[in-house]
Design a binder for this molecule. Structure first.
Ligand code: FAD
Length: 375
């Protein structure tokens, strides 16, 4: 691949790991970012992102996620730094037998927990006696901001990479991008990974089908159950509708609490101040989901944005011109898939046979396939 030049737009997890893949394959890379590299406003730039195999009621994503633990361990080894922690992931489920049968196909070791054992292990969770859960002990939590810093450091030190921070792309052309200042950066191909800003760069027909989501999270530093919290896994599927989740306190970070009920469709990315109604909404919900919930232990709130397609199903890959690929809608669960999405994007940018074809990966994650690519 020596001599091939790839322009990557965006230094979120997808852009950074795609740039790393291209460089490892011998390409020259221009990484263009409208803010700093990495940027604290990127969807990826947060304390925690969960890497799990089980996606309840979604066999294709579950099968696709089976290799992600190893993929993240490999990314960590390659980039250096310590950002992938095997905290385990506990998923509360109402369909234990079906989920266990599905997970058996992945070969991932899991354990079913119920009743007294579940309550004894996780006294900080307020679970009904009949509730059942699946523990993936090998699953983990990526300290996302640290992973992004490690990737940026790796790229910064590489002679095949030119970094262009504070450079906003305003137009895409065949294998080239135009920056706000008028400069044109050309390559053999372009990968656009602009996260929730993607609609600004995509053709109207494509961006019209994408929807911007905003979600509130609470930072929580509880005083009760210190030992249970210190070994807590990430927990998903909490609440009667199964939509609430928590990310565990890893390496000095607070617990993060949120729920799909705190996610709403918005017209644009505006401020990052949490409206008090959404803060109170989550406090009310977790008051009934955690034992001895302490409202005063809510130390902060965070707003995150991401872009989904109208079905809400996840990422959309679009070929916009010859040699211009856009990871158009990151969705609310792409971080964990980033190592494989980056490989698939790099394969296309480098004109290689995409590695995700032919097997159960074909239409996973969702639109990242050879066939249903949108143009
Ligand atoms: C609250 C919340 C919780 C989540 N939890 C999880 C989870 O547990 N597990 C999981 O797998 N996923 C999770 N996700 C989803 C995941 O974080 C995102 O899907 C993923 O991080 C998107 O990465 P990205 O690189 O596509 O976009 P981003 O990280 O947003 O990166 C895009 C970059 O492009 C830059 N950019 C944009 N436009 C331009 C332009 N015109 N010119 C130059 N640069 C530009 C931006 O500044 C930004 O740095 C969560 C998301 C949220 C909001």
């Amino acid at each position: 691949m020596s001599g091939v030049r790839v322009v990557v737009v965006g230094s979120g997890v997808i852009g950074l790991l795609t740039a790393v893949e291209c460089v490892r394959a011998g390409a020259q890379v221009d990484l263009v970012e409208q803010a700093t590299i990495p940027s604290a406003t990127a969807a990826s730039y947060d304390q925690h992102r969960v890497v799990r195999t089980l996606h309840r009621g979604d066999p294709r994503s579950t099968l696709a996620a089976a290799g992600l633990h190893e993929a993240w361990a490999e990314v960590e080894r390659r980039l250096g730094g310590r950002f992938y922690h095997r905290t385990g992931v506990l998923t509360v489920t109402t369909d234990l037998d079906a989920e266990l049968a599905l997970l058996a196909e992945t070969g991932i070791p899991v354990r079913a927990l119920a009743g007294a054992e579940l309550a004894d292990r996780y006294p900080q969770l307020r679970l009904a006696p009949a509730q059942q859960a699946i523990l993936e002990s090998a699953a983990g939590t990526v300290l996302a901001d640290r992973a992004l810093q490690s990737a940026a450091r790796w790229l910064r030190g590489h002679p095949a990479v030119r970094l262009h921070p504070q450079s906003r792309v305003v137009e895409l052309a065949e294998a080239a991008v135009r920056l706000a200042g008028g400069e044109v950066l050309a390559g053999d191909s372009v990968v656009v990974a602009a996260g929730p800003w993607s609609r600004d760069l995509l053709p109207a027909g494509l961006s019209a089908g994408l929807s911007l989501k905003r979600q509130t999270m609470l930072s929580y530093s509880p005083g009760s159950f210190p030992s249970a919290w210190s070994r807590s896994p990430a927990v998903l599927g909490l609440g009667s509708t199964g939509d609430a989740w928590l990310m565990p306190p890893v390496a000095g970070t607070p617990v993060r609490l949120s729920a799909a009920s705190a996610c709403r469709t918005v017209a644009e990315q505006s401020d990052r101040q949490t409206p008090v109604t959404w803060r109170n909404h989550l406090i009310r919900r977790f008051n009934s989901l955690l034992t001895a919930f302490e409202p005063l232990a809510v130390t902060d709130t965070t707003e995150g944005y991401y872009l989904t397609d109208e079905t809400g199903q996840g990422p959309v890959l679009a070929q916009l011109h010859d040699g211009v690929w856009a990871f158009a809608a990151c969705g609310g669960m792409s971080f964990k898939f980033a190592p494989v999405l980056a490989q698939a994007l790099a394969d296309r940018a480098l004109g290689r046979q995409p590695r995700l074809t032919g097997v159960t990966w074909v239409d996973l994650p969702h639109r990242l396939t050879d066939q249903p690519v949108r143009t």
